[in-house]
Design a protein around this ligand. Sequence first.
Ligand code: DGL
Length: 270
Amino acid sequence: MKTIGVFDSGVGGLSVLRALLAEMPQARFVYLADGAHAPYGERSPQQVAERAHRITDGLRGHFGIDALVVACNTATALAIEGLRAQHPEWPIVGVEPALKPAAAITRTGHVGVMATRGTVESERFARLRQRLEQASEKPLHFSCQACDGLADAIERNDRPAIESLCQRYWSALQAGLVSAPIDTLVLGCTHYPFAADVLQELTGKAVTLVETGVPVARRTRAVLDQPPPNGTEGPAPSGVVLLSTGDPAPLAQAARRWLDLDSPGQHFAC
Ligand code: DGL
């Protein structure tokens, strides 16, 4: 049985864990929320990279994991190259805003992207965006919005704050000078799928929301050379360990709320 480490600044990576559990029900997962240092989106690139290295070393050292999923767009943007250089022989799968799938499905050519400030301002994101806009045969424009505070509001499950921030950022995206309407909205932070109902209500059904959990889970299975799920197996007994560098209670509650997962959270210092 494979053991896979998964980490995020907080509860957002549970949206990726949900897809991983469906894709590899028999695997064992060690999920770490870096609660003591969340949110990452408004921290410096150096701080995020340092945390990503500490967590990777902690999970590798204590749990002998076979692979790591960086279930955080911000940490992927700011640290994945360094992590891969540090652990060259070992599989590390990252999460990037789904610009490429969005470019393939947009009909108006205008794609909105919501992500953290750390992701939107990263060089890795700028390169991805530029490459796709330049390579596109049809008109393609990404309007990108740094959503300060939104991951934190989701972390606290603060519904009024989630609604008002989603309203503010969706309005800001639409206020750009691009004449074609946005028909595709990329949820470029793993927290945002947990606000998808609020966003879809604001955008209306004509806008397609795109997230990355399922493709990341498929990629992880392929990298580990595991068979596809056969639809009959249930999750492995005690298949998920939940850890937080901060208070583990909010993580355990979120896992119960969103994944129907009954696993006690534990504190883990790294
Ligand atoms: N969920 C993370 C991401 O995908 C980080 C959010 C945050 O901590 O600001 O970017």
